[in-house]
Design a protein around this ligand. Structure first.
Ligand code: GUN
Ligand code: ZN
Length: 442
């Protein structure tokens, strides 16, 4: 059952969102900041976002006030594996060995429905505590793992996407389906969940090495024939994986071409990582309207490589780009921490990730990557009432450091360098308070 919508909500707080892309235009022209702001919401949607005026607050509305805070659109986590929550931080390997050691063993446990439900609850509680209100997750090969995820997202009233992982080779037999079974089970899950409340389905071949060409083709057919569904997979995360794909698909031009030939590249395709790409692949992603998802904590943890954010979002030729935690290879649910590491990945490439660009990436930029920029990622009338409230006094160091910040940009930099999940004072989804840091039981 979908969560009931809060009928009327009013929040007084400083407001931050973006009306344009700071990677392409002057950041000052993109940022929308209201130092004493008000957002009003009714039936899960924003009805007003602008300067505070007491007369604007409807008498029947519940008024929440946050001082020393910044209210942003709820963050978006566009690449995550909810089922890997129990193995976050399991260390010491690169991708392919890490999959064998940590991921495949835990994913076998999702055969058990109760276990799936328990981890789905834990996962969404962590995302909400981190200020994330939209998630796009891989599940496991088991359809029940998808049901558990969507049931919990629906209970919380979240916008969420997910799909059953498709694998038919190079993985333990208990985690493999077949091209036909994967197709049939995914189709049933699409019928059940896609378009229900705010939920959406993503056809999910794990990555080229664990699917035969026949399975990729079946996934491509499903993607083409199911109106509005998404497709998610991994692309060029590590050099060893790229070599493996070259050996497995000798007739393809490059890694992206494997997916392209199977009909898996287009608008609403989400490619996680996309680190080791040629200019041709970047151009094809752009031309095909596909999106890439930058997952810096994961890339640093596994030593996978340094994502080229400048190329991704380069003015004149940008590829839709989102931000992801990639839990369990990623090491934090907090988008503040993810942005901190995105900053360092850029720094290692000799580049600078500006603070406004970073907060844009976690909100409106990711919404654009998902083709949802008219529904989420901004504080504007008609948008979903999904918010994160960032506490500028969450700890002594943050509070004292911010006394010396003399611009909004510096405040945001400090937040992303010192901040983490403990800075999220509250999270709202569809106009309902779904995480209250200081009243956890309420
Ligand atoms: N490539 C294929 N599967 C996975 C996964 O589960 N995590 C990451 N980081 N990369 C992958
Ligand atoms: Zn991943």
């Amino acid at each position: 059952m979908p969560a009931p919508r809060a009928t009327r909500l009013a929040i007084r707080a400083p407001l931050l969102s973006y009306g344009g892309n700071p990677f392409e235009a002057d950041p000052a022209a993109c940022v929308r900041y209201e130092s004493d702001g008000l957002v009003l919401a009714a039936d899960g949607r924003i009805t007003y976002a602008g300067p505070f005026a007491a007369a604007l607050v409807p008498v029947e509305a519940e008024l929440h006030e946050y001082r020393d805070a910044v209210l942003t659109p709820g963050f978006i986590d566009a690449h995550v594996h909810y089922a890997q929550t129990p193995v976050i931080g399991g260390c010491g390997k690169q991708l392919l060995e890490w999959l064998e050691t940590y991921v495949f063993p835990i994913e076998q446990r999702y055969e058990n429905v109760e276990f799936s439900r328990e981890i789905a609850r834990l996962f969404f509680a962590q995302e909400l505590a981190a200020g994330v209100t939209t998630t796009v997750s891989y599940c496991t090969v088991h359809p029940a793992s998808v049901d558990a995820y969507f049931e919990e997202a629906a209970r919380l009233g979240l916008r969420a996407g997910a799909g059953k992982v498709l694998m038919d080779r190079n993985a333990p037999a208990t985690l493999c389906d077949t091209a036909q079974r994967g197709y049939d089970e995914s189709k049933r899950l699409i019928a059940r969940w896609h378009g229900y409340d705010r939920l959406f389905y993503a056809v999910t071949p794990r990555f080229a090495p664990t699917s035969t060409p026949a399975q990729l083709e079946a996934a491509g057919a499903l993607f083409a024939e199911s109106n509005g569904v998404y497709m998610q997979t991994h692309l060029a995360e590590t050099r060893a994986e790229v070599e493996w794909v070259r050996a497995l698909f000798p007739h393809s031009e490059d890694y992206l071409d494997v997916y392209d030939r199977a009909g898996l590249l287009g608008p609403r395709s989400l490619f996680g990582h996309a680190i080791h790409l040629s200019p041709r692949q970047w151009d094809r992603l752009r031309q095909g309207g596909a999106a890439v998802v930058h997952c810096p904590t994961s890339n640093l943890f596994l030593g996978s490589g340094l994502f080229d954010l400048r190329r991704a979002l380069s003015a004149g030729n940008p590829v839709r780009t989102a931000l992801g935690s990639d839990i369990g290879a990623g090491t934090s649910f907090s988008p503040l921490v993810t942005l901190n590491e995105a900053y360092k990945v850029a720094a290692l490439r000799g580049e600078t990730l500006a603070a406004h660009a970073a907060f844009y990436l976690a909100t409106l930029g990711s919404a654009r990557a998902l083709y949802m920029e008219d529904r989420i990622g901004r504080l504007a009338p008609g948008y979903d009432a999904d918010f994160a409230v960032l506490d500028l006094t969450a700890n002594v160091l943050l509070r004292e450091r911010l006394r010396f910040a003399d611009s909004l940009e510096e405040t945001l930099y400090v937040l992303m360098m010192l901040g983490d999940q403990s800075c999220i004072r509250a999270t709202y989804a569809a106009g309902r308070l779904v995480h209250d840091r200081d009243n956890p039981g309420a």
